[in-house]
Design a protein around this ligand. Structure first.
Ligand code: NAD
Length: 494
């Protein structure tokens, strides 16, 4: 693959790679060089309509296919993606700026594992037999919903394709998928591989495009009864409101403001590494990022000096090189938003302990970099409350367990949290008290295809991954069979 110029990326509708009907395109940048990598076709409402029509036409045969056959196709997809692991990792790194050491060791293998997990579930989606009145058999099946609309953000494009397509397809639905127009390349590559391994035309359609046009049309389309959205809380709320008008089922994975709490009895060296990983991996562009660090007062100074040493040692650079530990942010606009957050923090009295700027090295000037940043703040500061989605850690101090829990829960978000302690009872107690969909004890950012992923409060509702996700792509259908020999009269005699 030539790393500087890639072929134009198209829409994928009904098994064909096509231009947008109105010919719209936008540039796809390499965030390290700032140069144009390629262009992507941009779907308009009319392209989305064609994609929905294709998915609707494909639904009867796809949902009627033996579930094990759907599973086999997903396995085949995973096998083929595995053969192309290196190409996928390079593409993801070029488009997003994630260091290649992460895309090759985390994003690509996890996406493949995820497809395999859901491949295995396809023929294990069980219903139930319900105890009802004598003389009747009542059974409940899980049936696919139909055409599913899936909308993804720009931060983990390949992972999200597997998280969303895997359960929806395993359950027998067909899909219209909108990747972000900023990072559509690996999603389109997955579509290419699906085509090659034999997914029937129309089962999956990909329509990169602008949110307010392609995204909104998916949300409003009358033939799309189920939506799965990952993105900001702002857009999530507007999608929930639009979907309510048509009574669509919606699953929302939204923003976060992860609280990572370190107690004085923790293994501090492990917690320092965990705190750095929680906020600096993928340049902090993760919904689950541990962007609020709560330190017990007695260990706060020692902890911060160790953490700053780790942060100073993080190697920024060309994300295509194995030595790079932090790459550029994915877009210039996003870089400027993150820098603005830091400025607001300073104005409000936050104390920048390290970073806070774009790096000055000549080699990093063209990329959308921001130095690893640690700011000591108060809980009322904007930066301690709003999602920054960058390599910026807000540090707060607490005196005891109840204050830690109170401060951590004082957030509109409820996606993820971390607890570092060697006290077993405290670990369970605090994990129970934190109002987040996921909590990690003495670790951070652990994710597996079998474990439900999602948040509480303004972080959304519904879950990705696990049987939970598969079930969310089904309807319950209850059937009653009269198994008694006697006929029921019109009126039951007294
Ligand atoms: P965004 O909300 O701006 O966009 C997400 C997607 O929605 C994009 O594909 C966009 O084109 C589309 N969109 C925008 N407006 C739309 C509309 N009116 N109708 C339909 N679609 C529309 O988010 P982003 O900037 O791409 O991603 C960053 C956000 O995503 C952060 O808030 C982050 O926390 C969140 N996120 C959440 C999770 C999670 O699992 N909870 C995971 C990753 C990212």
């Amino acid at each position: 693959m030539s790393l500087n110029k890639l072929p134009p990326s198209l829409l994928y509708i009904n098994g064909q790679f096509v231009d947008a009907l109105d010919g719209s395109t936008s540039e796809v940048l390499n965030p390290y060089s700032g140069q144009v990598l390629t262009t992507t076709a941009l779907a308009s409402e009319r392209d989305v309509d064609l994609a929905v029509e294709a998915a609707k036409n494909a639904f009867p045969a796809w949902s009627a296919l033996e579930a094990a056959e759907r599973g086999k196709l997903l396995y085949r997809l995973a096998d083929e993606l595995e053969k192309r692991s290196a190409e996928l990792a390079e593409l993801e790194t070029l488009n997003t700026g994630h260091p290649i050491r992460d895309t090759s060791k985390i994003d690509v293998p996890r996406s493949i594992d995820c497809f395999r997990y859901f491949a295995g579930i396809a023929d294990k989606i069980e219903g139930s037999v319900v105890p009802v009145q004598r003389g009747f058999l009542n059974y409940v099946k899980r049936v696919p919903i139909g055409v599913v609309g899936q909308i993804a953000p720009w931060n983990f494009p390949l992972l999200f394709v597997s998280w969303k397509l895997g359960p929806a397809l395993a359950a027998g639905n067909t899909v219209v998928y909108k990747p972000s127009e900023l990072t559509p390349l690996t999603a389109l590559k997955v579509a290419e591989v699906m085509n090659e391994v034999g997914f029937p035309p129309g089962v999956v359609n990909m329509v990169p495009g602008l949110g307010e046009r392609a995204g909104q049309r998916i949300v409003d389309h009358p033939d799309v009864p189920k939506l799965s959205f990952t993105g900001s809380t702002r857009v999530g709320k507007s999608i929930a409101a639009s979907a309510a008008a048509n009574l669509k089922k919606v699953q929302l994975e939204l923003g976060g403001k992860g609280a990572n709490i370190v107690f004085e009895d923790a293994d501090l060296d492990a917690a320092v590494q965990g705190a750095a990983l929680a906020v600096f991996q993928n340049q902090g562009q993760a919904c689950v990022a541990g962007s609020r660090l709560f330190l017990q007062e007695s260990i706060a100074d020692e902890f911060l000096s160790k953490l700053m040493k780790v942060a100073r040692g993080i190697r920024l650079g060309n994300p295509m090189e194995q030595s790079c530990e932090m790459g550029p942010l994915t877009s210039k606009l996003h870089q400027s938003r993150v820098l603005e957050h830091i400025e607001v923090a300073k104005r409000e009295g936050g104390h920048v302990l390290i970073g806070g700027r774009t790096p000055q090295e000549e080699l990093l000037r063209a990329g959308f970099f921001i130095e690893p940043t640690i700011v000591e703040v108060q809980s009322g500061h904007t930066i301690a409350r709003e999602e920054v989605f960058g390599p910026v850690l807000s540090v707060l101090r607490f005196s005891d367990e109840s204050e830690a829990v109170r401060l951590a829960n004082d957030s509109e978000y409820g996606l993820a949290s971390g607890v570092w302690t060697n006290d077993l009872s405290r670990a369970h107690r605090v994990a129970d008290l934190l109002n987040t969909g996921m909590c990690w004890v003495n670790c951070y950012k652990k994710v597996a295809p079998a474990s439900p992923f999602g948040g509480m409060k303004a972080s959304g509702y519904g879950r990705e991954m696990g049987f939970e996700a598969v079930h969310s792509y089904t309807e319950l259908k209850s059937t009653w069979i009269n198994v008694s020999a006697a006929q029921s009269p019109f009126y039951q005699a007294n």
